[in-house]
Design a binder for this molecule. Structure first.
Ligand code: F6R
Length: 596
């Protein structure tokens, strides 16, 4: 979380910095700031995003070197004094990550008579660097020295008032890339931020330092020696969903699902599984948030196709549980960003125990994608809305494709099953497009949920898992209270919440134990609940007398699940629109969760 950039250029750099920061806003957007040097030394910070910052920067900043930051608050509220860059004694720093020992460092510095403006962990960093400079260290050495005192995760970019022609970068635990272009040396949390300016980029490794100057980029490894890193082409700005036509990127990304699914399917169809993974005796899928729900929704397919038990583990819990790993376990990490801190933590843990790792990742330059034994990519394209939409359905598809490929390698997929699954997969894009056409009905549901101020999502089997995603989407976009339960669990307690008019969204279809969910819907109705059924054609007649509202979705089997996913995405978007919430940037969230 948080995005950092830095640049040394042959001309005033401020506007380029802010433009690049704009492409990093998915990492946080509660405040933003830049510092530029040479000539002069100027710092500007604002509450809000880069539009506000561009307004401040205007054309007035002359400096040819600079750093910038877009923030997702960890320590300290979203206030200007907590925004980056933090400056002390002519040293300005932008930081992504968390400094765990900042309390001790700050205490020591305060005892020394130093003062602090912010509540952040980051502000100790310029203090440490400035102290080293005062003691005579050159800029690069001062940063190196400061880093020896920092515990935790960081990617930092540092600007010096008295050496205004360079930026120093350091990395430990948080992703950061250096990049080169004609007359520009740059750094950013994500190379796509620099696509308009730079030709190639290299991901720094833990312990690396880099210097950006008019001579280009120089990288040093942990041992202080010059280091070679792998330079790759910066891809041109990816085709981005046209928010303008749809009102928000999120809505546009929902509409982009058919294309995203086709691209993902085309990339994965026919891919073979390496032997070390085909030899698996057990699978453990580890993920967070929507990525976890994507995996839990399609787990039955993975298990059926491979004949292997497939455990599901929430990354933040799994990494601290010290769970025993049985022989032959293969880890499957699922992540849109490929940089979620908890999932990355599990990756390290599994690697240390020699567990082969498959990464189902959308951002293919990410550390997770690069570090896996097998990258099994989703090709959803860039997702600009903070809420996962097209990445979610692509993850479901990719995981089923993985199950199919693994099943074929293990000999557990019959030719009949292969044909049937291929046929279902081929139809998913069209099902999503047809589901989207029912938007008016989803909008009406959203209006009801907003009126009632809450929602309960229920289903059985895969639909029970998917219900969690429905509730999550509604919570994050509309901030309404929303819960999800396996329909059979209602009577074990949650049914006490049902009052006259409580909206209950029931997901049911063939293959989702619709008959049993129908009985649960009846129980809700008998207690005054308002039943909204998201059903397939085959279940419609049975639900008609029970449902207060019913939306008959396209598709059958797997297709129903994808249609239900689209339905729940659109309900959440419309609830946010009714409530006038920022659909693409819900409060308190960021797209990449790089803190634990
Ligand atoms: C919800 C959402 C989050 C992410 C979660 C994991 O819409 O986007 O719940 O799914 O933070 O992120 P990734 O998939 O990047 O590891």
């Amino acid at each position: 979380m948080c995005g950092i950039v830095g640049m040394v250029n042959g001309h005033p750099v401020a506007r380029d910095l802010v433009t690049a920061l704009g492409r990093l806003e998915y990492r946080g957007y509660d405040s933003a700031g830049v510092a530029v040097a040479g000539p002069g030394f100027e710092v500007h910070k604002v509450i809000g995003g880069t539009t506000e910052l561009m307004g401040k920067v205007g054309n007035g900043f002359a400096g040819h070197a600079g750093i910038g930051h877009t923030r997702w608050a960890t320590h300290g509220r979203a206030e200007v004094r907590n925004a980056h860059p933090h400056v002390w004694d002519g040293v300005a720093v932008v930081h992504n990550g968390i400094i765990e020992n900042y309390h001790d460092l700050r205490g020591r510095m305060i005892a020394n008579g130093e003062t602090f403006e912010s509540d952040t962990d980051s502000e100790v960093i310029p203090h440490l660097i400035a102290a080293a400079r005062k003691a005579g260290a050159a800029p690069m050495d001062a940063v190196r020295e400061a880093c020896t005192e920092l515990h935790g995760a960081y990617a930092i970019a540092v600007l010096f008032q008295d050496v205004p022609d360079r930026v120093v970068v350091a990395r430990q635990g948080s992703p950061v890339m250096v990049a080169r272009g004609r007359n520009v040396a740059a750094v950013a949390s994500d190379p796509s931020a620099l696509s308009a300016l730079c030709d190639d980029y290299a991901a720094l490794e833990d312990g690396d330092l880099a210097e950006l100057s008019n001579h280009g980029v120089t990288i040093f490894g942990r041992d202080g020696q010059l280091a070679q890193r792998c330079w790759q082409k910066v891809e041109g700005a990816e085709e981005e969903a046209a928010a303008g036509l749809f009102g928000s990127f999120t809505r546009a990304e929902i509409a982009a699902q058919p294309v995203a699914l086709r691209n993902t399917d085309a990339a994965l169809a026919g891919r073979a599984i390496p032997q070390a993974i085909a030899d698996a005796e057990r699978l453990v899928v580890v993920a967070c948030g929507s990525s976890m729900y994507a995996a839990s929704t399609v787990r039955p397919w993975i298990e059926k196709l491979t004949g292997l038990p497939c455990d599901l583990e929430i990354a933040s819990e799994y990494r601290t549980r010290e769970a025993p790993l049985s022989r032959g376990t293969v880890g499957i990490l699922v992540s849109q960003s490929g940089e979620t801190a908890d999932t990355m933590g599990v990756m390290e843990m599994l690697k240390a125990r020699n567990v082969p790792i498959v990464a189902v990742v959308n951002v293919q330059h990410s550390q997770m994608a690069r570090g896996a034994d097998l990258l099994w990519p989703t090709m959803a394209g860039k997702e600009q809305g903070v809420a996962a939409t097209k990445s979610f359905t692509c993850q479901m598809l990719a995981l089923i494709r993985f199950g199919l490929a693994l099943g074929l390698a293990r000999g557990t997929v019959t030719s009949g099953t292969l044909v049937a699954v291929e046929r279902e997969l081929a139809g998913l894009a069209v099902v999503c497009a047809r589901a989207e056409m029912l938007e008016g009905q989803f909008e009406a549901v959203a209006e009801r949920l907003v009126r009632e101020g809450e929602a309960l999502f229920i289903g059985r089997g895969s639909a029970a898992a998917l219900a969690n995603e429905g509730a999550l989407k509604l919570k994050e976009l509309s901030y309404l209270r929303a819960e999800a339960y396996a329909a059979g669990e209602l009577k074990h307690g949650p049914i006490a919440m049902i009052r006259e008019g409580s909206p209950v969204i029931v997901c049911a279809g063939a293959g989702q134990h619709a008959g049993k969910s129908l009985a649960n819907a009846e129980e809700v109705r008998a207690r005054g609940g308002y039943v909204i059924a998201l059903v397939d054609d085959a279940s419609a007649a049975a639900f008609a007398p029970v449902a207060d509202e019913m939306i008959v979705l396209p598709g059958a089997g797997l297709g129903t699940l994808f249609a239900q996913a689209v339905a729940m995405q659109l309900i959440a978007v419309h609830a946010a629109v009714v409530l006038r919430h920022p659909v693409d940037r819900p409060r308190n969230l960021a797209k990449s969760v790089t803190v634990e």
